[in-house]
Design a protein around this ligand. Structure first.
Ligand code: MG
Length: 174
């Protein structure tokens, strides 16, 4: 495969991941709001635009795209009742002790340093904004994986912002 073809393939993957988030009614703005929630107390004059920029950078990472596609696919299959038992029941009920949704999220949290890990744990407990909505099981929708993925993207973006603040990431204005 030529380099150019590889690049095209990567960007197709990114487009698909973004499309899936949109399809599941999660906007980039929703995720940027979580970043603001996490980072505003540490950074004076933080804007939503900066938060959104960092969410976009996180979404450009291939491991993040893979996690988004895998997690959402499993949510949709569970919602349609198409998984085999006992996994169907476990994911459909969002069983607390399952834990693999968090494991998939871990492939995202550290892409910009390990402080993403702390932030992820924090918003996973607090469940602000879109995370509260995704955890509302009364809708009949299954978001067993999506809530962790969204929290992890926000945590990684927040970590990127924190590193950029002290000049660890070059080209932050890009
Ligand atoms: Mg979950």
């Amino acid at each position: 495969m030529t380099c150019l073809k590889k690049l095209e393939k990567q960007s197709e993957l990114e487009k698909e991941a973004r499309k899936m988030l949109e399809f599941r009614n999660v906007s980039l703005n929703d995720i940027a709001e979580l970043v603001f929630y996490l980072q505003a107390q540490y950074q004076d004059n933080l804007t939503m635009e900066e938060c959104l920029h960092n969410v976009n950078r996180v979404l450009s990472k291939r491991e993040v795209q893979h996690a988004v596609l895998t997690g959402i696919e499993l949510d949709i299959l569970a919602e349609k009742g198409l998984l085999s038992e006992p996994l169907q029941d476990i994911i459909h009920r969002d069983e607390g002790l399952y834990g693999i949704d968090e494991v998939i999220a871990l492939s995202i949290v550290n892409v910009y340093g390990s402080i993403g890990f702390t932030s992820y744990g924090f918003i996973d407990k607090q469940k602000p904004g879109i995370l509260k909505k995704l955890n509302d099981h009364s809708s009949g929708e299954v978001h067993t994986f999506l809530d962790d993925i969204v929290g992890a993207i926000a945590a990684a973006a927040s970590s990127r912002l924190a590193h950029a603040m002290v000049g660890d990431i070059k080209g932050i204005q890009e």
